[in-house]
Design a protein around this ligand. Structure first.
Ligand code: PGA
Length: 251
């Protein structure tokens, strides 16, 4: 297995410039303090902090990403940001289809796919989020929901190099409820089977599938230790350098 874990921090709508730059600088210091880390690290700050965070992590190997992008390259879309603008600002990645975007902004799989394709066209790597709600899990629809979101949201042209999938059970996000390693592994294995069916053996072997939902330094090792879990998309615990670094160290 050659997949290198990705430890990705989704800061959401948190942090002012001083907080974000301090967090990014601390992480950059920890990264530079060692060599041959067995993981890749990514931070996704709010849009206005991207430039400052790019400067703060320069030379550390930490990548910076956006939390969303528009599907168009440019134009009359007040308040939106394009993948090309993110790329120009120094981003390497963008998250699309987070459940908070799907809920707050009524994003459909079709929207998410179009955004992911814009990201790839702009030369970004994309993290495509999928995940079931509690109601769907209780109704026994977990695998079906994740399969259908995967199929509907995966960008054309996806490869293991340019696309990462994040499985984030909605009921586990910011709630302190984490999927058990077994629950998460079951879904990750099903997603990998979908990747195989759609893109073939090599892509299934190489594409990273992250877990997200109340990951913390206490539960990360067991989650990331599952055969089909290739890192984490981390919200709350990504806002504290020691917690985020602790998760990375569990790799
Ligand atoms: P959480 O968020 O770690 O705070 O649960 C994860 C996410 O929404 O990406």
């Amino acid at each position: 297995m050659t997949r290198r874990p990705l430890i990705a921090g989704n800061w959401k709508m948190n942090g002012l410039a001083a907080d974000g730059t301090a967090l990014a600088s601390t992480l950059a210091g920890k990264m530079k303090g060692g060599s041959d880390h067995p993981f890749n690290m990514l931070v996704c700050p709010p849009f206005p902090l991207i430039g400052k965070v790019v400067d703060a992590v320069a030379g550390s190997g930490i990548a910076v990403g956006g939390q969303d992008c528009h599907m168009a390259e440019k134009g009359a879309h007040t308040g939106d940001t394009s993948a090309w603008i993110l790329k120009d600002a120094g981003c390497d990645y963008v998250i699309v289809g987070h459940s908070e975007r799907r809920t707050d902004h009524a994003e459909t799989d079709e929207t998410v796919k179009a955004k992911a394709e814009a990201a790839l066209a702009a030369g970004l790597r994309v993290i495509v989020c999928i995940g079931e709600t509690l109601q769907q899990r209780e109704a026994g629809q977990t695998l079906e929901v994740n399969r259908s979101q995967f199929q509907g949201s995966l960008p054309d042209g996806a490869t293991p190099e340019n696309t990462v999938i994040a499985y984030e059970p909605v009921w586990a996000i910011g709630t302190g409820l984490t999927a058990t390693p077994g629950q998460a592994q079951d879904v990750h294995a099903a997603i990998r089977a979908e990747i195989k069916g759609k893109l073939g053996d090599a892509a299934a072997e190489g594409m990273r599938v992250l877990y997200g939902g109340s990951m913390n330094p206490g539960n990360a090792r067991e989650l990331i230790g599952q055969p089909d879990i290739d890192g984490g998309l981390i919200g709350g615990a990504a806002l504290k350098a020691d917690d985020f670094w602790g998760i990375a160290e569990s790799c």
